[in-house]
Design a protein. Structure first.
Length: 211
């Protein structure tokens, strides 16, 4: 308490007062005002720690950050495991997006590390923990699109994702690669519900699972 208030202390067994010029950053996932009210946290300590308060939302509240975090953890895992190219399939990304992440960003980090270890360079839902995998139907025959329009839309969507990936998410550059205008590309991105930052994740062609 004295250290927080006066920025000075004595070493254990010492007699000399030492002054320091520091800033204290404290973090918690608990509701400190409620703990103070319930007597579970010292009120005087709480008020001495009060200063600039920042609230970092849980991952489930800011899923727009998911692609960026996934790629950051991918790069870290590849370096740690001395792996080459590793990318996340769109199927796996959708599974990650649908999960509630009770363990927050730390859980995502460990999930990606495990998926990199289990995969052969392309991460599918089966490389994720069972609680995150989305159930998928197993078919004996290839599924045909309901219409030619649906098939063309799927191809167009995959081309856009591939171009965005190659362009590093820069829509103007991706539009040039596709031979279209940035305005037209922006319309198609909205039409197909493609998240711009998903461009950093490769979307493979759908797999056919046979017996």
């Amino acid at each position: 308490m004295r250290f927080l208030q006066e920025h000075e202390f004595e070493r254990v067994g010492g007699t000399q007062t030492i002054r320091v010029d520091v800033r204290v950053i404290a973090a918690t996932n608990r509701n400190l005002p409620e703990l103070v009210e319930a007597g579970g946290f010292r009120a005087d300590l709480f008020y001495r720690l009060q200063g600039v308060r920042l609230r970092l939302p849980a991952l489930r509240e800011r899923l727009d950050d998911l692609p960026e975090l996934v790629n950051a953890f991918l790069e870290r895992a590849k370096r740690r495991q001395s792996r080459g190219s590793v990318v996340v399939s769109n199927e796996a990304l959708q599974s990650l997006w649908a999960y509630s992440w009770p363990g927050n960003v730390r859980e995502l980090k460990h999930v990606i590390e495990g998926a990199v270890l289990l995969s052969d360079g392309l991460i599918f839902p089966e490389h994720l923990p069972p609680t995150i995998q989305k159930p998928r139907a197993v078919s004996r025959e290839p599924e045909l699109p309901r219409s030619i329009d649906e098939a063309m839309a799927a191809i167009e969507s995959q081309m856009i994702v591939a171009a965005l990936q190659k362009a590093g998410g820069v829509q103007a550059q991706a539009a040039r690669l596709l031979g279209t205008t940035e305005k037209s590309l922006g319309y198609r991105i909205k039409k197909f519900g493609i998240h711009p930052r998903v461009s950093l994740v490769v979307e493979p062609a759908p797999r056919v699972i046979s017996s």
